[in-house]
Design a protein around this ligand. Sequence first.
Ligand SMILES: [Zn+2]
Length: 315
Amino acid sequence: MADPIKVDSHVHLYPTAEDGLADKESYQIWEYGERADMCFSDLAGTLDDAKEAMAVAGVSKAVVVNLFMGRLLREAAIAELPEGTGGPDRETALADIDAHIVDRMKTFNRWGCQVAADQPQFVPFIAADITVLPADEGATHVRDMVENHGGRGVKLHGAVQGFSMSDERLWPIYRTCEELDVPVIGHSGPDRNGAGFAEPRAFGRMLKEFPRLNAVLAHMGGGTWAQALEIAETYPNAYFDCCEIIEWTGGTNAPSVEQLARLIKNIGPERVMMGSDFPWYDLDHTVERIMELPMLSVEEKEGILGANAVRILNL
Ligand SMILES: [Zn+2]
């Protein structure tokens, strides 16, 4: 029998090894609690790293879901302002910082699209951030990136970006995605402040308001995975990727392997996609973890490996 198609529906790519390693260093994974024998990737997340990892795992397409953290960039830039910058000087400096961050986000998204234009095994998603380009401005940027630069969807990370997935400033972006028939993938999981911005329940209003939008809850709810089934049962346009959570099974705040398999079975395996969250985890290891899941048939697992992503993400 031919090998099933394998698609990694969740990877991060970096222009340089330094960028990738710095991001891996700074992004703390705390929500799954403690787990012995974690299997992290040693790779930095450059293009060459990704191509090599895809070849080793037999993955033919990788969906690039880079995220943009406007809020953190702004905080860092403000902290660098010379001491005592006040009054109109400060206003000007803050406006300059904001303009610079808008440029950075646009350049960042263009880079992802250019990579994919040159190497079609990569599928670029556009990082949106309503603290940088809110509402109509954000929607205009997304439309431009999809219509003119090959963008294939939108990525959000409410937990670190600092807004809810159902923040109405996102409505014009969601409406545009619905019109353009491109999906939205949102990180799902708890946040440090307990705001619940990216917990599965925070996707509820969005899923209800935009029933024709395919929305992916990345990590199946992560540390708040217990909310995922309710969302899946209420909203047929909710889909899931199982990256990260599949590497953390057995963690003190993560599902056991059996609980994860049961969750996938109950949601419907055809609504779940493989992701690696490369370069945090290795693609070939993620494939192994999926094939080892109990309860699911070989056909169901093979769908998770790739065919589901082709259908759900319109690849
Ligand atoms: Zn990710």
